[in-house]
Design a protein around this ligand. Sequence first.
Ligand SMILES: Nc1nc2c(ncn2[C@@H]2O[C@H](COP(=O)(O)OP(=O)(O)O)[C@@H](O)[C@H]2O)c(=O)[nH]1
Ligand SMILES: [Mg+2]
Length: 231
Amino acid sequence: MCQDCGCSAGSGRKIIEVQKNVLASNTSRARANREILEEHGILGMNLMSSPGSGKTLLLEKTIARLRDRLSVGVIEGDLETDRDAERIRSTGVPVHQIVTGQTCHLDAFMLQGALHHFPLEALDLLFVENVGNLVCPATYELGTHRNVVLLSTTEGDDKPAKYPIAFKHADVMLITKMDQLPHTDFDTDRAMRDARVIRPSLEVIQLSARSGDGLSEWLDYIERAVQQLRG
Ligand SMILES: Nc1nc2c(ncn2[C@@H]2O[C@H](COP(=O)(O)OP(=O)(O)O)[C@@H](O)[C@H]2O)c(=O)[nH]1
Ligand SMILES: [Mg+2]
């Protein structure tokens, strides 16, 4: 059972009440986080996916291509280790690792704590790499402006139908590892169709962080979102 969010906690009115209170206080902290980001003109992007679908590699490639134009910071969330933070640190941008232990997602209070580690006045864009998991992260708002869900061609096109919650809360779906498509039975049309049943307005970008294909569309999406925030 998930120790923290009680996602399989089962029955009991008391448990439901506690859960509701936890989510309500998280939502209000998320609102406050968003205000902090907006006071500093920072766009927050929350990346969610299964473990291994390519979040960290995509961030490394994105930072390399964006850093001349935008000042980027990254928050990394993992159950254990600061390995992803080390990978991001080698790109030269500020990064802070949150180690969640047994907790299967980040929450707004963790984000609040992490914000203190950044020179907020200098940032344009803050990426949050959430804990690898297609269920819990979607339940906990952080206060970021865009939810990005990654679905890799190697994990199967049935995930939007099987794990709808992550897609329901997403603004954009990135179909990653497109270079691997010929070696899989992944059906991009099926994945998009299923995801849009859950979230009709979902934008979709197909890309490969490895080959670089589709990255320019993703970079345009980010720059448009930054412009929209600035208004
Ligand atoms: N072939 C291929 N491999 C990728 C791509 N993106 C990531 N990977 C590999 O997939 C594995 C997991 O990537 P990682 O970025 O750590 O995933 P994360 O757990 O979501 O952060 C690593 O071995 C990456 O090199 C891609 O576009 N194509
Ligand atoms: Mg990672």
